[in-house]
Design a binder for this molecule. Sequence first.
Ligand code: GSH
Length: 213
Amino acid sequence: MIKVYGSTLSPFVRKVVVVLAEKGLDYEVVPSGLPARDPEFLSISPFGKMPAFRDGDFAISDSSAIVHYLDAKYPQPRLIPQSPEDLARAVWYDEFGDTIVVASAGKVFFNRVVAPRFLKQAGSEDMVQQGIAELPRLFDYLEGVVPEPGGFLVGDALSLADIAVASPFVNLSHCALDVDCAKHPRLGAWLPTILSRSSFAAVVAEEKAFLAA
Ligand SMILES: N[C@@H](CCC(=O)N[C@@H](CS)C(=O)NCC(=O)O)C(=O)O
C-alpha cells in the first residue's frame, strides 16, 4: 500500500493525501512528528521534511514531486493539466500555495499551534501578527483570480492548483482565521467549494478531532 510519512496538519502532507483521495487510491499515513526520527522517513526525505512517500519500490519526498509522480502513474482523474499553458498555470499556483501562502499561514500556525502544542515551547506572537499582516495582500491577489462559483483555478476541472492553494487555508482555519466574505466575496465563495469536497472534508474532520482532543 502507498505510504505517506508525516502529519496531515502539514499543508504539504494534506495536499498529497487529498490528491490520493481524489484519485481513489488506498494509502496509509505513517505518523511522524518534528523533528523526524524514523529511519525509514529520513532515508526517503534526507532533510527531514514531510511528506516522505513510498509506493512499492519507489520512494521520494517533496509534495510537488509526489503529486507529479502520482498524476503520471495514476492518471485518473488527471489533476495536472496537459496543455502547456494550463500546465504552467498549475505549476504557478502550486508554487504560490507552497511558498507564498504557506510562508504567511505557517507563521500563524507554527506559533499558535505547532510550537506550544507539539514542541512544548512558547510561540512568537510577533511572528503571528507578522503572518496575519501579510494575508490581505494574498487574499487581494486571489480575489482577482478565483473563478465564478463552481469553477476552478485552472481550466474547467479540479487540479493541483486548487488543492495546493486551498490546503494552507485549512491551517488558518485551525487558528480561527477565516476569509471575510464581505471583503473577499469571490475567494470566500470559491474556498468552501474546494474544502467541502469529500477528499478535503475527511482529512480536515480528522485534524479538527485531533486538535480538539
Ligand atoms: N517543499 C516541501 C516542503 C516540506 C516542508 O517544509 N515540510 C515541513 C512541515 S510543513 C517540514 O517538514 N519541516 C520540518 C523541517 O524543516 O525540519 C514539500 O512540498 O513537501
